[in-house]
Design a protein around this ligand. Structure first.
Ligand code: SF4
Ligand code: SF4
Length: 361
């Protein structure tokens, strides 16, 4: 039988878990279940909460769980910066350096693999204690459960102080009454996650000094005079492609009536409008998408009145046909910036381009 004793904790005084996920994979529920597990079945104190964006799918989701002995109180309710265990629900998130924030030699990492992927080939940015993988998507499909249940089983196994029976009981408590028909599949998903998670020892790593944990550089004490923050925190300059769950909006220009609804709906300024001609009229014309900023939430597909945007599988566009089109467009200085009285910028992608040594602004 597994040892159900909490392992020695670091200087935080808690055993801390961080879930790195994407909206739609169920990390929020998984975090809640892990939190309840501690109090109900492990005789510990625990707390859990999540942070996520306003869109239902496609946005980064982080879950935080803390455990400690019952005699101690949990008075900390801030995100877990330096986790003892980090579970990455989708391997695409490994591309994003912020996923690795705060991980070091004391962090066990579990990565949920895509269907068809048996190993982790991607080099990581940082150090870890042990790295585990579980074929989360494949197991979820085979058991008709969800990725969060497979990950729950894997997390319980790796954290080492809970048993499979405890995970099953919390699943029955959470889903048994609400979704009795789905219970069997979810229990099976948990069992397979628990049994099939395995350690990987031969993953190529980048040198640890290539990674720097991100910290808040500007605050009350450090902001420059006047309070101007040059490191603004919106997503205009962020690569959002790791957030996609395999779907992208595909643009069919020939159908577009240039109504602009997609542009006003998209939370991340993905659409590229420029002066042009449509039906003999000079107007702002939709040139397509800059997928660098697209997180794949597909809200634009929902609002387009003429199906000029359709849901497509990213894997079916491996040549990045649309990506290339738009990357080419934003690389043309005359396209993205015009000087003079009618100056315009199609999107703030040009900032990224400039940093990458692109055209003059
Ligand atoms: S919502 Fe559809 S029709 Fe309107 S501009 Fe966007 S792609 Fe074109
Ligand atoms: S382009 Fe569409 S799918 Fe991509 S972020 Fe904008 S609204 Fe979401």
């Amino acid at each position: 039988m597994e040892d159900t004793k909490l392992p020695p904790v670091g200087k935080s005084g808690y055993f801390e878990i961080r879930l790195e996920s994407i909206g739609g994979l169920g990390a929020n529920l998984c975090g809640k279940m892990l939190g309840e597990l501690g109090v109900k079945y492990l005789d510990l104190n625990s707390v859990s909460f999540s942070s996520y964006g306003s869109e239902k799918t496609g946005t980064p989701v982080r879950g935080y769980i803390r455990y400690c002995e019952k005699e101690k109180e949990i008075r900390v309710h801030s995100p877990v910066i330096s986790p003892d265990l980090m579970a990455v629900f989708h391997q695409a998130l490994l591309k994003d350096k912020s996923t690795w924030n705060g991980c070091d030699e004391h962090t066990d990492i579990i990565v949920g693999l895509d269907a068809g992927q048996e190993t982790l080939e991607e080099a990581a940015f940082t150090k870890w204690k042990k790295c585990y993988v579980v074929e989360a998507q494949k197991i979820a499909m085979e058991t008709r459960s969800r990725i969060n249940m497979v990950m729950l089983g894997a997390i319980v196994r790796v954290m080492g102080f809970a048993r499979l029976e405890d995970a099953n009981r919390i699943c029955e408590d959470t889903l048994g009454k609400k979704y009795p028909d789905a219970l069997k599949g979810n229990l099976e998903g948990i069992r397979r996650g628990y049994e099939e998670v395995r350690e990987m020892t031969d993953i190529p790593r980048k040198p640890s000094d290539s990674f720097r944990s991100e910290t808040i550089e500007w605050g009350y004490d450090t902001a420059p005079a006047g309070g101007i923050n040059p490191c603004f925190g919106n997503t205009v300059t962020a690569d959002l492609s790791p957030s996609r769950q395999g779907y992208i909006p595909v643009f069919r220009k020939e159908k577009c009536i240039n109504c602009g609804l997609c542009d006003s709906t998209c939370p991340d300024m993905v659409f590229q409008f420029a002066k042009g001609e449509y039906n003999g009229r000079e107007m702002m014309v939709n040139q397509g998408l800059d997928y660098y900023h697209c997180k794949g939430c597909l809200r634009c597909v929902d609002v387009c009145p003429v199906n000029a945007l359709v849901k497509g599988l990213e894997a079916e566009h491996p040549d990045k046909e649309y990506f290339r089109t738009n990357q080419d467009l934003i690389r043309m200085p005359d396209y993205y910036v015009k000087k003079g009285p009618d100056a315009y910028v199609t999107s703030e992608s040009y900032l990224t381009e400039k940093r990458m040594g692109g055209g003059e602004i």
